[in-house]
Design a protein around this ligand. Structure first.
Ligand code: 3HC
Length: 724
């Protein structure tokens, strides 16, 4: 059983008490820890042999913030503070911050959320250069609840604090020093010593007693300026996340502190926190938090005690959009990369794309020139397999052509060392077919990236029945190292993400051919929270890719394909999407999409050929109906993935939908969202549409069964029965 978290106190001969927060792995602030922290601070303040206090975290980690796993108890009202705002006001403000003995925070590792809020109550903060300090609460659908909304603006200024909180981004030690969040940075081995001395210096008046963070005014803007900044922040929050309430609630709380004083701000912060922690948004985002970490746990694989091997050198086959994006991601994580192309021209183009990707990161100020050059130094181009003799992994990223891929895997088997992992970035083709002509099936695996590969957060890891657990463990570790969230799924055509996404496009085509407006569909989808609608997405990936994907699905799921000729008619006229500046939309030179009235011509023709008649109801669909008619087929396919054991946990599909398709995280992912609507409702609507528009909408057995029993879709199969 996990031991209780606690805080310990150790008083040195110098009169400094070191209070250590202990709750591995991230020293989160459970109620046990907070109670113990209060007791140790009170002890330090009481004891005559204590002059000053240093607060730190166990094992080089200050604190990852309030214990997120206890949020469920808060939501269910199982725990409550002894009185409103007790932790924030009584404990942190009136005990820690108001203490007459100086407290200094010694920060290494993470000081996030409640962790940073406690540090901000101290009278000085010393940090290491690599420490990460931030208030990421908005990512969880809440606002800081331990005074962060009031202290951060007063320490670093309103504008910077809004930037940090609204983006939920942390800053490292150096930047924290620049903006006034910490008072000094030192190396980890000097941290405690420096913090002790700093605390004693304050006690001995060798350093000034800083005004408490809550009452500082030096860095905060004037009232007029502050109001202007808050107005801009509200506009920005509405633009970025129009469906979300909590960023606006957070701005209101900050404003309350500025207009009515920090104490009033603390009270409003408490009230707002209590409200938000019970919101659907918070529940969905908490689900995503744990689901994301859960992807690293693959039953029957990660519980075998295997240690991931160190992959040093990786070869990438193909320098196109995907290959160059993958290479960029690897170079940024310090992997040696060999890029192979078929001729000089393509190789040069691939290398140029990689340089362009890296340069754009430099231009955004997120990569130094030195690191840019280091990344390029790690890259080698080649036209043959000679340099593949010592690679640890190859990622094939050539076009979706089965026979080409089969030939490549046969070649790889000849040239690569026996330990080398043979990965394919195929987005749709069944891996069993790709590796069919080799004897290396135990080391063949899918490493499916999403475009742009150096930006998109998901790595879909596809295992066949023969892929060895060691190779899966290696890929999970590799995914984490290149800062992707891995999701392990079973092999099939389209794997999880594309298999779920395909019915979305199909359903959109069906609706349009039956009379719905294409642009209304895309608009309803983006209002729902998707980054773009299915037609805009089709233009982005290109009509050619959409056709190739469809060809694969026509073979693997012929019984539930909606046959539309719309895309092939567009292809015949070279309306290939964004690249040709004409697809479902037309594009200006800055790639801004505009509806094109000409598209009606293609829709009419497709309708005429397939003999579909217009259903006038579809021209007047509400946004809600559009979203459901497009998304429920997706839910249906997700259910098939669970029934077939392609995904072992419903939560993995939530992550795959959020990180691979841009499904809004604040809706908790596809299955979580579906469960908020109820399996019965979804099944009945699909049934209704199946009667009206055909088998494409027919609910699968898994969905029908859950609906009949009235149980959630996430109540998955017996894992033992799953094929994983
Ligand atoms: C009142 C306050 O204002 C409210 C708050 O403080 S809300 C909390 C704010 N803090 C956060 O949002 C930080 C969340 N945590 C993180 O971002 C990352 O875990 C981290 C950067 C601290 C560490 O990252 P990393 O080293 O990659 O470890 P990671 O795999 O994420 O986490 C390790 C384990 O700690 C758990 N964990 C991380 N932060 C936690 C937290 N705040 N509470 C409880 N558990 C936490 C994870 O669930 C995971 O558990 P598992 O091993 O059982 O899956």
């Amino acid at each position: 059983m996990k031991s209780k978290g606690r805080a310990t106190i150790e008083v040195g001969a110098d009169g400094v008490a070191v209070i250590t927060i202990i709750n591995p792995p991230v020293n989160s602030l459970s109620l046990d820890v907070l109670n113990s922290l209060k007791e140790t601070v009170e002890e330090a303040l009481r004891r005559n042999d204590v002059k000053a206090v240093v607060m730190t975290g166990y094992h080089g980690k200050f604190s990852g913030g309030f214990d997120i796993s206890s949020f469920a108890d808060l939501q269910q009202g199982k725990v409550a503070q002894p009185k409103p705002g007790y932790i924030s006001v009584d404990m942190l403000t009136d005990t820690v911050e108001a203490s007459r003995k100086p407290l200094v925070a010694a920060i290494d590792g993470h000081a996030l959320g409640g962790g940073l809020e406690i540090a901000m109550c101290c009278h000085a903060r010393i940090s290491t250069p690599n420490a990460q300090l931030g208030l990421p609460e908005l990512h969880l659908g809440i606002i800081p609840g331990f005074g962060g909304t009031q202290r951060l603006p007063r320490l670093v200024g309103l504008a910077k604090s809004l930037e940090m909180m609204l983006t939920a981004k942390s800053v490292k030690g150096e930047e924290a020093l620049d903006i006034g969040l910490v008072d000094a940075i030192v190396s980890p081995n000097q941290l405690l010593g420096t913090a002790r001395k700093w605390a004693l210096d304050i006690w001995e008046r060798k350093r000034p007693w800083n005004v408490a963070s809550l009452h500082r005014t030096g860095n905060i803007e004037s009232l007029d300026e502050a109001k202007e900044i808050l107005k801009l922040a509200r506009a920005q929050a509405l633009r970025i996340a129009p469906n979300l309430y909590h960023p606006l609630a957070y701005i209101d709380v900050v404003e309350e502190g500025i207009v009515s004083g920090p104490r009033a701000g603390l009270i409003k912060e408490y009230e707002t926190f209590e409200l938000l922690v019970r919101s659907d948004t918070c529940k969905a985002l908490l689900h995503i938090f744990f689901a994301q970490r859960g992807t690293m746990k693959v039953p029957g694989v990660t519980d075998l005690g295997l240690v991931p091997r160190h992959l040093k050198k990786v070869a990438i086959l193909g320098g196109g959009l995907m290959g160059s994006g993958i290479a960029t991601a690897l170079l940024l994580s310090n992997y040696h990369v060999i890029l192979k192309e078929v001729n000089d021209k393509f190789l040069e183009a691939g290398i140029e794309k990689i340089k362009g990707n890296l340069q754009s990161i430099v231009n955004k100020g997120k990569l130094s020139q030195e690191k840019f050059e280091k990344a390029l130094y790690l890259l080698k181009g080649t036209l043959d397999y000679e340099s593949f003799r010592d690679v640890d992994m190859v990622i094939e990223a050539v076009t979706e052509d089965l026979s080409l891929k089969q030939q490549i895997f046969m070649d790889l088997e000849k040239y690569c060392p026996p330990h080398c992992i043979l990965a394919s970035n195929s987005s749709t083709i069944n891996l069993k077919l790709i590796g069919e002509k080799t004897k290396s099936q135990d080391r063949i695996i899918g490493a499916h990236f999403f475009s742009p590969a150096h930006v998109m957060p998901l790595l879909e890891i596809v295992r066949t029945q023969k892929t060895s657990p060691q190779v899966i463990v290696d890929l999970l570790d590799f995914g984490k190292k290149i800062k992707k969230t891995p999701a392990v799924v079973r092999n099939c055509t389209g794997f999880a993400v594309n298999r779920m996404f395909f019915p979305c496009t199909q359903s959109a085509l069906l609706l349009v051919e039956h009379g719905a407006d294409l642009y209304c569909i895309d608009r309803a989808f983006t209002k729902f929270g998707m980054p773009m609608g299915p037609f805009r997405m089709c233009d982005l990936i290109g009509v050619g890719v959409a056709m190739a994907t469809e060809a694969q699905f026509v073979l693997s799921m012929p019984d539930r394909i909606y046959k539309s000729l719309l895309i092939s008619l567009m292809q015949q006229d070279k309306r290939l999407g964004e690249t040709t500046r004409k697809g479902f939309y037309i594009y200006d030179e800055r790639r801004k999409a505009k509806p094109d009235p000409e598209i009606k011509k293609y829709i009419d023709k497709a309708r005429e050929i397939s003999g579909v008649s217009i259903d006038p109801k579809l021209a007047k669909l509400s946004d809600k109906d559009i979203v459901e008619m497009i998304s429920f087929p997706l839910v249906n396919e997700a259910c098939r993935l669970l029934a077939e054991g392609i995904a072992v946990k419903a939560a993995d599909l939530d992550i795959a939908s959020v990180m691979g398709m841009g499904f809004p995280s604040y809706r908790g992912g596809i299955i979580y969202w579906a469960d908020t609507l109820g399996s019965k409702y979804i099944c009945s609507r699909l049934d209704e549409w199946a009667r009206m528009y055909g088998n494409f909408f027919k609910p699968c057995d898994y969905l029908a069964e859950k609906a009949a029993k009235g149980v959630p879709l996430s109540a998955t199969t017996d894992p033992a029965k799953s094929r994983l």
